[in-house]
Write a protein of this length. Structure first.
Length: 388
């Protein structure tokens, strides 16, 4: 609200600039979101009005900011904010850990409670929870991508020492979190990054990663030994991520029940869905929010049908495809786009079983790449017009 208030002071209609294709995609998504909400209202879905913020109000607000952030140079501070924001989130979690073991001179229990922080260490096992761990995860992939991009392409002057330190801190926190979804996606994130780099026609000298990889795994073994963690516990925790028919793997078993209920509901409304905010018969996770499910994409299919999934999926694929095309044509934009796209892909993978995008907090992971594309396309059009 503060940012919104500050921006409206000096804007004029000419302050907003959009690439025509991006504007069309945005309006198309807003139109169909409105129709899906209307479908939910007509069907008396319990959450139709509540979810309108995520699907309509917040996207409109983000498009407002996208129209103002229409120059590439204006995006540099935002990209730096991601890195330092990740460091800030990491240090806040470390502060909570310190307070958990040694106490803090000032009472910070209100802050600990606000971030839903919890920590357990014992019996060869460690587990941690904090609301801003999701930010740490995004920044992990973001800085790892920057680290893997050849230095000669670093036109944005990111400090490698800051990048390396941020990556190390994020890795440690994600490891001790014992969040299986984070573990799995972090494990495959280098593959995602390498594929994006290859598609962007970036030549990779893999030999330069041999020593850093050896150092990284050496530190990992030392860290595991220091915490006296039970390797069998770690392996069991990781393997349980793939057990869906075992009642003892409670969270996975509940997700299987969700999946069956949502698919059964979708089959009755397969084309246009049951409406946003609808709940599936046979699976209610929260009596206060019966429309909310961990399996966010299956829930989206149930609520918006084939039409909704096609519209939203096509829009995200358009962002990824166009980012790769721009990076192939002009290596100057690689540092602007590829870290965002790699982090977005990994974030979308995690979101499949944890609905992080179902609130304002992390919708920026989609809209920031869109803002970057908008600025690049407008700058490119201006350059081409001057050249002609």
């Amino acid at each position: 609200m503060i940012i919104l208030f500050l921006t409206v002071q000096n804007i004029t209609p000419t302050s907003f600039r959009y690439d025509k294709t991006i504007l069309f995609i945005g309006l198309l998504n807003l139109l169909f979101s409105f129709l899906f909400i209307l479908n939910g209202v007509i069907r008396l879905s319990p959450g139709a009005i509540r979810v309108s913020t995520v699907f309509l109000v917040w996207p409109i607000l983000y498009f407002y900011f996208i129209g103002l952030s229409n120059k590439v140079l204006a995006l540099r501070p935002i990209l730096n904010t991601i890195i330092y924001g990740g460091l800030g989130s990491s240090f806040l979690i470390l502060l909570f850990v310190y307070n958990n073991f040694l106490g803090f001179p000032v009472d910070i229990s209100f802050l600990v409670k606000a971030q839903d922080f919890g920590f357990y260490w014992g019996s060869g096992f460690v587990e941690m929870n904090s609301m801003n761990l999701t930010t740490v995860f995004y920044v992990f992939v973001f800085v790892l991508t920057i680290f893997l991009i050849p230095s000669k392409l670093n036109f944005s002057n990111f400090n490698k020492n800051v990048i390396g330190f941020t990556f190390l801190i994020c890795t440690i926190l994600l490891f001790i979190s014992s969040r299986r979804a984070f573990w799995i996606v972090c494990t495959i994130s280098p593959v995602v990054i390498f594929v994006l780099l290859k598609l962007s026609k970036i030549n990779l000298n893999l030999r330069r990663f041999i020593i850093p990889t050896i150092l990284f795994f050496s530190m990992a073994f030392v860290f595991v030994g220091y915490l006296a963690l039970d390797n069998d516990n770690l392996i069991t925790e990781f393997k349980s991520s793939f057990e869906f028919d075992n009642p003892e793997a409670e969270s996975n078993y509940i997700r299987k029940e969700q999946y069956d209920a949502l698919i059964n509901g979708w089959e009755k409304n397969w084309f246009f869905g049951a409406g946003l905010g609808a709940s599936a018969k046979g699976s209610i996770r929260d009596v206060d929010m019966p429309w909310a499910y961990e399996l966010s994409y299956v829930a989206l299919l149930f609520q918006t049908g084939i039409v909704g999934v096609t519209i939203y999926l096509s829009s995200v694929l358009w962002i990824i495809f166009n980012s790769i095309i721009i990076c192939r044509k002009n290596s100057y934009y690689i540092f602007y786009l590829l870290p965002q796209i790699a982090a977005l892909i990994c974030f979308l993978l995690v979101n499949a079983t944890n609905p992080y995008l179902a609130k304002f907090d992390y919708l920026w992971t989609i809209f920031l790449p869109l803002a970057t594309l908008n600025a690049i396309k407008l700058d490119s059009n201006k350059f081409n017009a001057l050249e002609n």
